[in-house]
Design a protein around this ligand. Structure first.
Ligand code: SAM
Ligand code: SF4
Length: 349
């Protein structure tokens, strides 16, 4: 049982990290997340071997979203239960109005780490406000440095804007500025060294992520995953990398420093080297569902409690009970694996 002030699951893992999706909407159509069409999703299918399935769009009405006041309350209660890290994500979080207002509310709470993940498209407009509101850590998604490939990956011709946003974040003093790239065989694996070179030149913390079966096109296949081991082997041929190890066992990435300058590269390997044993995360969807795992097939609805007069003590007790239902591990790649209904964009990555 969870102790008062701590969230401990039935496998003894202490939960410290809450990822909050502020909207399930997105203005990009990344092939591996929310492909814009059957054709786009089909692009990385092995020709003829997989039956096309309709693209799922399960956007919730905006009226179902938690308000900023409700999110702040959940975070306050969760902090009382031992949560120390908060990441705002989506969908594309900066599509929601006034995100700096939410950041200011959360930054006033006693959390150790407040971060935001964004595709960068709208970053320039609110970068200074976000910083002034107390945001210090930002992660961008950037899978390619080739304009044509960027269009293919995201469905948008916005590479220059995203590069400018990354540089703007660095110049404004966000630290670290992280960049994530999902690596997919035959799509961007030829860019691994180039992306690392970019991280090196720009002084970034760059993470290569293994492609997970969370795409709304449901076209994921094992053959498209480029393993962390392969990525590392290639990086070691080109660069002199020094292992940094994991800051904490629950950290999802393993990192290496370049031998000169502040840049680093990391690998996030949920498929080939799952880190479930040390997982300390919970997720809150934009419509108020707690998910105990990225791959959960069941969700826990917090909204009725928030809207029907539950006290903070009731919320804390409920969270403790939900955490006990956290899955031991995911089973990607096994015969009984079942992809959740929601895609990454509506879960909150
Ligand atoms: N829209 C924002 C962005 O793209 O940064 C935040 C939400 S996005 C869902 C969060 C992260 O999930 C991104 O870094 C994205 O690359 C990653 N992601 C999405 N689908 C994925 C998949 N199928 N496998 C691995 N990572 C994925
Ligand atoms: Fe791409 Fe992020 Fe939008 Fe998914 S949520 S389509 S990863 S920008």
């Amino acid at each position: 049982m969870s102790l008062p002030g701590r969230l401990i699951d039935s496998f003894g893992r202490t939960i410290r990290d809450l990822r909050i999706s502020v909207t399930d909407r997105c203005n990009f159509r990344c092939l591996y997340c929310l492909p814009g069409s059957e054709e786009a999703a089909d692009f990385y299918r092995t020709q003829g071997q997989v039956d096309p399935k309709p693209i799922k769009r399960d956007w919730k009405p905006r009226t179902h979203f938690l308000s900023y006041e409700e999110i702040e309350r959940v975070v306050r209660v969760a902090v009382g239960q031992g949560i120390t890290k908060i990441r705002l994500t989506g969908g594309e979080p900066l599509l929601r109005r006034n995100v700096p207002e939410l950041v200011a509310k959360l930054a006033a709470l006693p959390i150790e780490d407040l971060a935001l993940t964004t595709n960068g498209f709208h970053f320039a407009e609110s970068a200074e406000e976000l910083h002034a509101a107390g945001l210090r850590r930002v992660t961008f998604s950037l899978d390619t440095l080739e304009r044509e490939n960027f269009n293919k990956f995201t469905g948008r011709d916005r590479l220059e804007e995203v590069l400018a946003a990354i540089r703007q974040a660095r110049d404004l003093g966000f630290d670290p500025v992280k960049v994530n790239a999902v690596v997919i065989r035959h799509l961007n694996d030829h860019e691994i060294e180039g992306l690392a070179e970019f991280a090196h030149a720009e002084g970034l913390s760059f993470r290569f992520i293994e492609f997970m079966p969370l795409d709304s096109g449901r076209a994921w296949q094992k053959e498209h995953v480029v393993s962390g081991a392969e990525i590392l082997e290639r990086l070691n041929v080109r660069f002199n990398l020094q292992p940094k190890g994991r800051k904490h066992p629950s950290t999802t990435s393993k990192c290496w420093r370049f031998d000169d300058g502040p840049a680093e590269v990391g690998l996030i390997t949920p498929v080939t080297e799952p880190f479930c044993d040390n997982c300390n995360r919970l997720r809150l969807t934009a419509d108020g569902k707690i998910r105990t795992c990225l791959f959960s097939l069941h969700e826990h609805d917090l909204k009725p409690l928030l809207r029907d007069g539950a006290s903070d003590a009731d919320l804390a007790k409920w969270l403790g009970e939900v955490v006990l239902k956290k899955e031991e591990r995911h089973n990607i790649g096994e015969t009984d694996f079942e992809q959740p209904d929601r895609s990454m964009s509506s879960i909150g990555g």
